[in-house]
Design a protein. Structure first.
Length: 295
């Protein structure tokens, strides 16, 4: 079987071309998943690049991204497949005079099958990346729907038989860990925890994604965000909020953040009134920390 990635280093360089900056841990797991043919559970706080990882892996490997967005109440008919009842009814009406057993066989054939994302990924003949996004939103019983697919790469359809994948798709399951995933699910997957990036990587993410930003501002943004994350907050700023804040500063023509600009724009970074108050107080108490040496 051909592999998508030469080695761990090339996972990083390929992803960087899609402006996704992976650390060693992320690149290592993606490499292993490809080699072992195993799905990855990607867990971590909001906005740390879990969904983006799957999208970028699809992009750089030239695969089609098939996404199943999970929510409470998602069932088999939306995740796997359902029968096209309307079309079946029509067929029954138009063939009312025919032999019933013949019609019945006919009704449960390909022609009347509506493939949903999981089945679509299994049946795909072109390379695909399957993203099962926010799997922790499913009820735990519904998780069972995924088990056959994740371990055998197949789907059993009672009326049709078993559909076996002709290729092993790369599968990403993301979770915000609002609940524990089942043991059965975990056993079938590799596990990747994506935390907030370290200072250097966040600085690089800002530099690569925010057009027109200068090095000093990118550095300052990454440092301030890091110190804000150390406060005791209801919701820490995510990477997407770091990027929004950096873009805001660039738009405002600011090239150095002082406590006044930080205070005026902190609502881009934080979304709770109490969190904003804490950060503003921190800026006022330690204005020097906003401007690190050498800037
Ligand atoms: N390592 C990274 N390299 C480049 N961009 C990143 C990285 N991590 C996060 N981002 C940026 O942060 C944004 C948010 O990422 P994403 O939507 O993947 O978060 P998430 O972890 O799926 O969050 P949620 O749990 O809320 O769904 C992305 O649009 C991307 O631009
Ligand atoms: Mg996401």
């Amino acid at each position: 079987m051909s592999h998508r990635f030469e080695d761990v280093a090339s996972v990083r360089t390929m992803l960087a071309e899609a402006k996704y900056l992976a650390d060693e841990g992320i690149a290592g797991i993606v490499y292993l998943a490809d080699r072992l043919g195993k799905p990855i559970i990607v867990e971590g706080p909001a906005g740390t690049g879990k969904t983006e990882l799957a999208k970028c892996v699809a992009e750089v490997t030239g695969a089609r991204l098939i996404r199943l967005q999970c929510y409470e109440g998602l069932d088999e008919s939306k995740a796997l497949y359902e029968w096209n009842y309307k079309k079946q009814l029509l067929r029954i009406q138009t063939e009312a005079d025919s032999d019933w057993s013949e019609i019945e066989d006919d009704l449960f054939s390909e022609e009347f099958l509506l493939a949903r994302p999981l089945l679509e990924a299994i049946r795909a003949e072109d390379p695909v990346v399957l993203l099962v996004d926010e799997v922790d939103r499913l009820e735990i019983e519904t998780e069972a729907l995924l088990l056959e697919i994740l371990s055998e790469y197949q789907v059993s359809i009672p009326e049709l038989g078993t559909v076996v994948a002709t290729q092993v798709p790369l599968v990403f399951l993301t979770s915000n860990a609002t609940r524990e995933l089942s043991e059965a699910l975990k056993r079938r997957c590799l596990y990747l925890y994506i935390d907030y990036p370290d200072l250097e990587r966040e600085r690089q993410i800002v530099e690569s994604k925010v057009e027109g930003i200068n090095e000093n501002l990118a550095d300052q943004v990454a440092r301030i965000v890091r110190s804000v994350r150390q406060l005791d907050l209801k919701k820490h700023p995510s990477v997407s909020e770091t990027l929004d804040w950096a873009r805001t500063l660039v738009l405002l023509g600011i090239d150095k953040v002082d406590d006044q600009t930080a205070t005026e724009t902190v609502n881009i970074l934080l979304k709770y009134r109490t969190d904003i108050d804490k950060a503003v107080k921190e800026f006022a108490d330690n204005p020097d920390e906003l401007v690190p040496e050498g800037v």
